[in-house]
Design a protein around this ligand. Structure first.
Ligand SMILES: *Cc1c(COP(=O)(O)O)cnc(C)c1O
Length: 354
């Protein structure tokens, strides 16, 4: 079985003696959640002797209002990863097919393996999901299709028109899962599948999370938007009381301070563009990113650059032989990153990045 490998913690880094390590490995928000969110989470601690609301009904209502959809179209789970696990439990029997582009989010092959599914992967083209090739890989045995948009780890996006083509091309017996973990960082010109796809297709599921833009990765809460029948099926697989009361309270409070979260997202997007520009100027190939990370397709040079950055106290996410995924941090972390990568390109004895 493939195991999910969490990003390495800063405290585990093999660093030069006098630098403080930072973690740029798991696409977390570098800033703590807004004060209002922390207060709401602290307040529910006093009621922690009671089980939470199993279905997180108040959060579903809030999400319904926020998204302009019926709350019956919203499922809440323990992060979008929890919802991905629920999708496999609900829809995939041993031997069924699941289709996803590769490389993409590492949880897909993990849960596909646990479900004993037949995995069909479709190569990226120019670090980007080839939506029509994904559609062509679907058969009548395919239960689930995953498209992470923007894609993790490459950061590239496809537009809703392409996703609509995919939904139109596959039969209703196949669920198309659009994993929008980085939705808030995506430029609006790529479209909104909740508005454009969910009302049109009964076999599409949009996954979103409070882990990235909202800064609640440690609380574990995400949601799915889909046809009410799909939501009811997902709910049948939800482990009792899985979404904790601090997670529910934190998510509801976050929906109350979206302007503050939006400003944080704007800062990170500006930093992403600054980092990407500086790395391109230093000679690296950096595909355009619509997320809170950048992708360096370094091929065989991946390990060397990873270790160099680690010694400089920058823990990133290597995919050996393929590339390095680097989370956008706060401006001072990003300055350190830019300096360390520029060193690597021009340093004596180093092979320049291609
Ligand atoms: C981070 C990530 C998620 C999962 O986030 P949760 O914390 O489980 O909500 C899901 N999909 C992709 C593509 C991700 O990168």
């Amino acid at each position: 079985m493939p195991r999910y490998r969490p990003g390495r913690d800063a405290s585990q880094a093999d660093v030069d003696v006098d630098v403080v390590a930072v973690k740029l490995a798991s696409n977390e928000n570098p800033w703590p959640p807004p004060e209002a969110v922390r207060r709401a989470v602290a307040e529910v601690a006093a009621g922690a002797n009671r089980y939470p609301d199993h279905l997180a009904s108040a959060l579903r209502d809030d999400l319904g209002r926020h998204l302009g959809v019926d709350p019956a179209s919203v499922a809440v789970g323990a992060g979008s990863t929890g919802l991905i696990q629920q999708l496999f439990a609900a829809y995939v029997d041993p031997g069924d097919e699941v289709v996803f582009p590769w490389r993409s989010f590492e949880a897909y092959p993990v849960f596909a393996g646990l479900a004993a599914a037949r995995q069909v992967t479709v190569p990226l083209v120019d670090h980007t999901v080839d939506v029509d090739a994904v559609a062509a890989a679907v058969t009548d045995r395919t239960r689930l299709v995953f498209v992470a948009n923007p894609n993790n780890p490459t950061g590239t996006a496809v537009d809703t028109a392409a996703l609509a083509r995919l939904c139109g091309a596959v039969g209703e017996g196949t669920l198309v899962v659009v994993d929008e973990a980085y939705r808030e960082f995506l430029d609006p010109r790529w479209g909104d599948p909740v508005v454009e796809l969910v009302p049109r297709f009964d076999h599409v599921v949009v996954l979103r999370t409070f882990s990235k833009a909202h800064g609640l990765a440690g609380l574990r809460v995400g949601y799915a938007v889909a046809h009410p029948e799909v939501v009811a099926t997902l709910d049948a697989t939800l482990a009792p009381f899985l979404v904790s009361s601090p997670a529910q309270a934190g998510a509801r409070a976050a929906l109350g301070v979206l302007d503050e979260i939006g400003r944080c997202v704007e800062r990170l997007v500006a930093e992403r563009e600054r980092v990407r520009g500086a790395l391109i100027a230093a000679g690296y190939e950096v595909p355009p990113s619509e997320a809170n990370f950048v992708w360096l397709p370094l091929g065989d040079g991946t390990d060397g650059v990873y270790r160099h950055l680690e010694r400089r106290g920058l823990v990133t996410r290597p995919f050996p032989g393929e590339g390095l995924r680097i989370t956008v941090g706060d401006p001072s972390d990003n300055d350190r990153l830019i300096t360390a990568l520029a060193e690597r390109v021009t340093g004596p004895g180093d092979t320049p990045a291609q």
